[in-house]
Design a protein around this ligand. Structure first.
Ligand SMILES: O=C(O)CCC(=O)C(=O)O
Ligand SMILES: [Fe+2]
Length: 346
């Protein structure tokens, strides 16, 4: 079936070493479970080649020696296992759900719905976003997108009593489909560049201070990291981030500070060419990665997150979110990963 093994020409999806690694780790389900979505079972994947910095650190702390076979990964690449305390992880998970997607920050939903305010609390209150149509003069405080439909949150019972004739989508579905939000200087995905003309707030001060502290090991001596923009990526089961370079920032000697929250993931760090075979490593909640200098020129991506039971490795988070009032956060994070990556743009 696979070209390279059967001697035929490989198809496009496995033409480079990076794509082959993505395919190796990507989530596939067992065929037998196709019919029932709930019971779908992930296909087993060989994780023996995935670097595990947590266990490397643990063995180093016990024996003061590194396990055999550990080599420097890449100049300018820093992996800080467990850099964030459980409390810090909880704080940034909450902010990623409630504060970061708030306008003027944009999200993947802007293109279709216009800016959406208070998505998380709307999901918590089981609200429904309803299109009111451009002719309707009753203006919503929540959303609008120019001449197109105006979208406004309603209580569930209000929508059903209206007869549900128009276009509508529940806030909880929109929350599940949240893929990114951008903080500070707004990254324009379609142009893969920053659009400094778009209205924006500064990076929140606490996040700024944290990023400055975390960035230190990768900063040129005597300089301080200036957080100007951030991208928050939200991953659900089966989501992946394809191999890419982050090359729209002016000064590559400054690191990208990247924090992992929620379910465990596999991160692929490749070389300067997609043909270079990448190194796979686990990223857990609380881990921080810095990419500066040479590492800024390396392809990287996230082919897999682990949302199944203990493989997610989020027990400490589940304990923190065990109060009744946090049930929405808990349910979200049990099948999600959030990555906050902070950048100096100029
Ligand atoms: O999710 C991650 O850990 C990596 C994110 C990333 O590479 C990016 O947003 O550019
Ligand atoms: Fe990236």
């Amino acid at each position: 079936m696979y070209g390279s093994e059967s001697g035929t020409v490989p198809d496009d999806s496995e033409r480079t070493a990076f794509r082959r690694a993505e395919k190796k780790y990507k989530l596939y389900y067992e065929d037998t479970y196709k019919s029932s979505k709930k019971k779908r079972k992930p296909k087993p994947v060989d994780l023996s080649q995935v670097l595990d910095f947590k266990s490397i650190l643990e063995s180093y702390n016990q024996k003061a020696v590194l396990p055999p076979g550990i080599v420097p990964v890449q100049c300018g690449f820093y992996f800080i296992p467990g850099a964030l305390s459980v409390e810090e992880q909880c704080q940034w998970i909450r902010e990623s759900l409630t504060i970061f997607p708030q306008p003027p920050n944009r999200t993947n939903h802007n293109a279709f719905y216009g800016p959406i305010s208070d998505l998380f609390s709307a999901a918590k209150e089981r609200k429904v976003l309803v299109a009111e149509g451009s002719s309707n003069s009753e203006c919503s405080s929540a959303v609008s997108n120019g001449d197109a439909d105006r979208w406004k949150f309603f209580e569930e019972h209000e929508v059903s009593s209206k007869g549900n004739s128009g276009k509508s989508v529940s806030a909880s579905v929109l929350l599940r489909k949240l893929r990114w939000s951008t903080l500070g200087l707004q990254f324009e995905w379609s142009k893969r560049n920053y659009d400094v003309s778009l209205p924006h707030n500064k990076i929140p001060d606490t996040l700024c201070q944290l990023a400055k502290r975390l960035a230190k090991p990768a900063m040129p001596p005597g300089e301080e990291f200036q957080p100007e923009g951030a991208i928050v990526n939200y991953f659900g089961p089966g989501d992946m981030l394809g191999g890419h370079l982050d090359d729209m920032e002016a000064d590559w000697s400054k690191p990208i500070v990247s924090m992992s929250l929620g379910c465990k993931a596999i991160f692929l760090l490749g070389g300067k060419l997609r043909e270079d075979p990448p190194i796979a490593m686990f990223l857990r909640s609380g881990d921080v990665v810095l990419m500066a200098g040479e590492a800024r020129e390396c392809f990287h991506g996230v082919p897999r997150i682990f949302t199944e039971g203990e493989n997610a490795e989020i027990v400490p988070l589940e304990k923190q979110f065990s109060d009744e009032e946090d049930v929405c956060v808990l349910e979200y994070i049990q099948t999600s990963r959030i990555n906050v990556n902070i950048r100096q743009v100029f």
